[in-house]
Design a protein around this ligand. Structure first.
Ligand code: G3H
Ligand code: 13P
Ligand code: ZN
Length: 313
């Protein structure tokens, strides 16, 4: 089947009390790993591309890799999404360039300006059959080269969501309830706790509307350990507990974004192989193991966290 938008996926996920995994893609091995796992588990999937991914791998290469994945996995719905589009131009470029979904992230601007920028993207995208995700509230952590300090992050205000959704016409909304980007999400010694009270207030304000959770990696400690035992230095890497993500997936949260966990799996595989085999210099020798780890991470999320196994349309 051709690339799909997220409309049908989110409707079923909302009604079925599960979430769709949105995994970041940067190269062939990652596209293969994610779509093979989703294909074997009959799960719908969102492949998302950041500005950094486009800079690294080139827009056309990424689109063509995803098209190859569609041919290899014809039985599952796949959406191709722009992650954290910073302005109208990058969203337009992805709409024109074959994506089925874009995120306009104008969350750093004041409320009215966020509405204005988001609305412009929505009008263009909808005219071209593409859906739009926007964001209200600010997550801590690192995206591309932008670092938002924990003290500058802010939770989404439930009293703003209805007006935002009505005025922009957006299709889904990313909210800030305590997740953050990257592998260092919480101060060591503190107990990670998402603000489900805020999520539930938001659900009540916009019933039936799909919510998105960014910064949802759990930072698997087994991969952190392998990385550190094989020359890495990741100190105090902490993620979102998976039981909290399971709870989110049962709610109005229909899309859960995961990137760092894939990076950790890939890096752990590569470091381990190269450390054990200093004579290896064929990329296939170490990328095979890195790719297998990414596939295992995605399969675990689909089966044990998101609940999207067997939900291909
Ligand atoms: O939200 C950020 C994603 O993990 C993408 O990261 O901008 O470094 O590609 P990136
Ligand atoms: P993580 O860094 O927690 O994987 O978040 C990824 C993300 O939100 C991509 O938009
Ligand atoms: Zn994000």
């Amino acid at each position: 089947m051709p690339l799909v938008t997220t409309t049908e996926m989110f409707k079923k996920a909302y009604e079925g009390g599960y979430a769709i995994g949105a995994f970041n893609v940067n190269n062939m091995e990652i596209v293969q790993a994610i779509t093979e796992a989703a294909g074997e588990l009959n799960s719908p999937i969102i492949l998302q591309v950041s500005a950094g991914a486009r800079k690294y791998a080139n827009h056309t290469y990424l689109v063509k890799l995803v098209e190859a994945a569609l041919i290899e996995n014809p039985q599952i719905p796949i959406a191709l999404h722009l992650d954290h589009g910073a302005d109208f131009d990058i969203c337009k470029s992805c709409v024109d360039g074959g994506f089925t979904s874009v995120m306009i992230d104008a969350s750093k601007y004041p409320f009215e300006e966020n509405i204005e920028i988001t609305k412009k993207v929505v009008e263009y995208a909808h005219d071209h059959g593409v859906v739009v995700e926007a964001e209200l509230g600010k997550l801590a952590g690192i995206e591309d080269d932008v670092k938002v300090k924990a003290e500058d992050s802010s939770y989404t205000q439930p009293e703003e969501v209805e007006e935002f959704v009505d005025k922009t016409g957006v299709d889904s909304l990313a909210i800030a309830i305590g997740t953050s980007h990257g592998a260092f999400k919480f101060k060591p010694g503190t107990k990670p706790q998402l603000r489900f009270d805020i999520l539930h207030e938001i659900e009540k304000k916009i019933p039936g509307f799909p919510i998105v959770l960014h910064g949802a990696s759990s930072v698997p400690q087994e991969y952190v350990k392998i990385i550190n035992e094989n020359g890495g230095a990741l100190k105090d890497a902490i993620g979102v507990p998976e039981d909290q993500l399971r709870e989110a997936a049962r709610s109005a949260v229909c899309k859960i974004n995961i990137d760092s966990d894939l990076r950790l799996g890939l890096t752990a595989g590569v470091r381990e192989v190269l450390n054990q085999h200093p004579d290896y210099f064929d990329p296939r020798q170490y990328l095979t193991v890195g790719r297998a780890n990414v596939k295992a991470v995605v399969a675990h999320k689909i089966k044990d966290v998101l609940g999207s196994e067997g939900k291909a349309l």
